[in-house]
Write a protein that binds this ligand. Structure first.
Ligand SMILES: [Zn+2]
Length: 445
């Protein structure tokens, strides 16, 4: 094994067909045949409105009936959520479950093993679910470990959210996902398609096909520089429009959507024109980009809290100099961009970049989105029906309605009056199984 291989800790993860896994994740649960939940309030994610007292009937892993008032059914298990507001299970469309930045992250790259990262990811998955996020889109991992995590959650080996994963993010040489950036030349090697690095449309197609082969549900591409790598360029374009188009056309052929990490205006413009499904971060989005995103129906995942978090960490000296400079520039800008993009009619989905900040605090974006001027009800739609639409699974997720998967969470009080209650999720049900009740974890294993 050469040094490059050692650094990438290449491990073969069994490839699984995404469709089969998606279905297996939602196999009928061991929950009682019928459960009845009494919700004092229920958020209607389609209308963006709060409903009064509602009874939710659950049969197996799906919602059966949703009716006004307080009702019951013979032989049913009744759950009273006194004083609470019920919402569809929350969805975070931008997480990194196998990673969490800490003060030792950059030094750890030299001595933390792949297995260490995988074991940590099981804790991060559990924290995410207990925070009320019953579904996540993982947009960038190491060596497809979240494909294995997806399978472990589906099998019940690990407690966590339903996972849709992009596998490793894809990038050009020296780009944001080139993990040899900043290493000494002796250690860099020449990463190529097998390491998710490409140059030119043909290699781009190969990288996308390799991801399909290894079980990715979607593609995450890095057409602009980023904050957390050791490169110097935080926002400039790092892919040609032709390269992005090759990614999008190939991914769509295979039924996979494309999310792009893009900070700079030119990288956003090229990506939207090439037909990507979502822009992540979007920090320096200009008015022309906003117009284009509205026209193309491109989703925006703003990761607004992460912007604030990295700027604060940079001020405390938590990052190397190259990262500090970029974090101070990019962080504060995102909140302004969020306001402009919302006013400009861009469609938002909830995506936080959990992993850059600690997992389980995925609710922080609600607070900052409201600070940016978004209506609280819209932020809740972002994390339910809009996020489900971006996943392409709004037929079964993001809404409490008959026939949908029984993902339901509750918070004390009313988030339309006080958005901070989203930090206090007290009840979590995923596919009909209760994982948290009265703010305490319910052991399911
Ligand atoms: Zn990210």
């Amino acid at each position: 094994m050469n040094l490059m291989d050692a650094l990438r800790r290449t491990t073969i993860v069994a490839a699984c067909l995404p469709v089969a896994i998606a279905l297996a994740q939602d196999a009928p649960s061991p929950a009682p045949a019928v459960t009845v939940i009494h919700c004092p309030n229920l958020f209607d994610s389609i209308a963006g409105k709060m409903l009064g007292p509602t009874t939710v009937f659950i049969s197996g892993n799906k919602f059966d009936k949703v009716e006004p008032g307080t009702q019951t059914a013979p032989g049913a298990t009744v759950i009273e959520l006194t004083g609470a507001t019920c919402l569809p299970g929350l969805i975070d469309d931008h997480v990194h479950l196998d990673d969490q930045f800490g003060k030792n992250t950059y030094a750890e790259a030299a001595h933390v093993n792949f297995a260490d990262e995988v074991l940590r990811s099981t804790l991060y998955a559990r924290r995410t679910l207990l925070a009320g996020f019953t579904t996540v889109r993982n947009v960038g991992d190491t060596n497809y470990d979240t494909v294995a995590l997806r399978k472990a959650v589906a099998e019940g080996t690990v407690v966590g959210p339903r996972i849709f994963t992009a596998g490793p993010a894809i990038s050009t040489t020296g780009g944001h996902a080139d993990h040899t950036n900043g290493l000494s030349m002796d250690l860099q090697g020449d990463p190529g398609p097998m390491q998710s690095i490409f140059n030119g449309p043909d290699e781009a197609r190969k990288v996308v096909r390799l991801h399909y082969k290894e079980g990715a549900d979607l593609i995450k591409a890095m057409p602009s520089g980023g904050v957390m790598d050791l490169g110097t360029n935080g926002s400039g374009p790092q892919m040609t429009e032709e390269e992005i188009r090759a990614i999008v056309e190939t991914a769509h052929d295979y039924g996979m959507k494309v999310a792009v990490h893009a900070h700079g205006a030119e990288a956003i413009r090229r990506s939207v024109i090439a037909g990507v499904d979502s822009v992540e971060h979007g920090t320096f989005m200009d008015d022309a980009d906003i117009k284009l995103m509205k026209e193309h129906g491109t989703f925006y995942c703003p990761t607004v809290y992460t912007g604030q978090f990295v700027a604060e960490q940079a001020k405390k000296g938590a990052y190397p100099p190259a990262v500090t400079k970029k974090a101070l520039e990019v962080g504060p800008q995102i909140i302004k961009t969020v306001s402009r993009a919302y006013q400009g009619g861009v469609k938002f989905a909830y995506g936080t970049d959990a992993g850059v900040y600690p997992h389980g605090q995925n609710w922080e974006d609600f607070i900052y989105l409201v600070k940016a001027g978004l209506p609280p009800a819209y932020t809740l739609q972002m994390a339910t029906i809009n996020a489900a639409q971006l996943l392409g699974h709004d037929d079964e997720l993001g809404v409490v309605a008959p026939g949908k998967l029984a993902d339901l969470v509750a918070v004390p009080g009313n988030p339309l009056d006080d958005i901070t209650v989203m930090s206090k999720v007290s009840f979590v049900m995923k596919a009909g199984v209760v994982y948290k009740r009265d703010s305490q974890e319910v052991l399911t294993q």
